[in-house]
Design a protein around this ligand. Structure first.
Ligand SMILES: [Zn+2]
Length: 237
């Protein structure tokens, strides 16, 4: 994985300057034959109230020794070529955020979201498929659409006045395309496009934003209105 100059602590959100040997420790080793290299990084949050440790590991081909410029070798040192494994061991990112495991979020929707998160590191393609299914379930639940093809459901949604903003429609359409082939190998899909980690992660970000917007926030508003009603009724009686 790349080590950026500025790192955000996943526990407390603190942004800090990465200083190797001070708050960030990295190790790279490979077998004598130079077949596989493993790269591990430990971050220690310098925020005084936090100080928690983050551990990330990835594996790929060893960085080239010859024939490249110093900067290219340096880049490969931290971003292994042909990476086939990449994971964060601490804190575990192997599941969806529990704040979405709420009564107002349909159980099947949370399950698909959770699965998409679990698959993100080991298989962005599989993750994107679950994300697509999750978003389709969300659209159906939220707008009470008759189940059909996701493409048509998005069209229906975009024709419903004021139901969803254009940015949301675009994001759904993007997620549909990214996860499409894996969900159902249509005959008309001839070219397999690889889904990158970033693309799959962005789709999960879309799910989280819409879960908040469509399910969590309205339920919160209902609760506030309910409390308001109770106050008014209490006063009138
Ligand atoms: Zn921290």
């Amino acid at each position: 994985m790349k080590i950026d100059q500025v790192h955000k602590c996943p526990y407390c959100g603190y942004m800090y300057q990465v200083v190797l040997g001070q708050n960030t420790y990295s190790n790279l080793f490979s077998d004598p034959g130079g077949t596989v290299a493993v790269h591990s990084v430990i971050y220690v949050c310098p925020h005084i109230a936090c100080g928690k440790v983050e551990v990330a590991v990835d594996a790929g081909s060893p960085p080239p020794r010859k024939g490249n410029s110093e900067s290219e070798r340096h880049k490969a040192r931290y971003d292994l070529p042909n990476a086939f494994f990449s994971s964060r061991l601490l804190p575990s990112e192997a599941c969806g955020k529990q704040e979405f495991n709420a009564p107002e979020v349909p159980e099947a929707v949370f399950r698909d979201y959770d699965e998409a998160c679990r698959l993100l590191r080991c298989s962005p393609c599989a993750s994107a498929t679950y994300s697509r299914r999750c978003l389709q379930g969300m659209v159906r639940k939220k707008f009470k659409l008759k189940p059909g093809k996701f493409m048509n459901e998005i069209k229906t949604l975009s024709s419903m006045n004021g139901a969803a903003r254009q940015e949301v429609i675009d994001a759904l359409e993007r997620a549909r395309k990214i996860g499409k082939f894996r969900a159902m190998p249509d005959d008309d899909v001839k070219v397999l496009v690889d889904v990158s980690y970033d693309e799959a992660k962005q789709t999960i970000d879309v799910i989280e934003a819409l879960l908040l917007d469509w399910f969590i926030a309205p339920a919160e508003q209902d609760r506030r209105i309910g409390a308001l009603k109770a106050i008014l009724e209490g006063k009138s009686s």
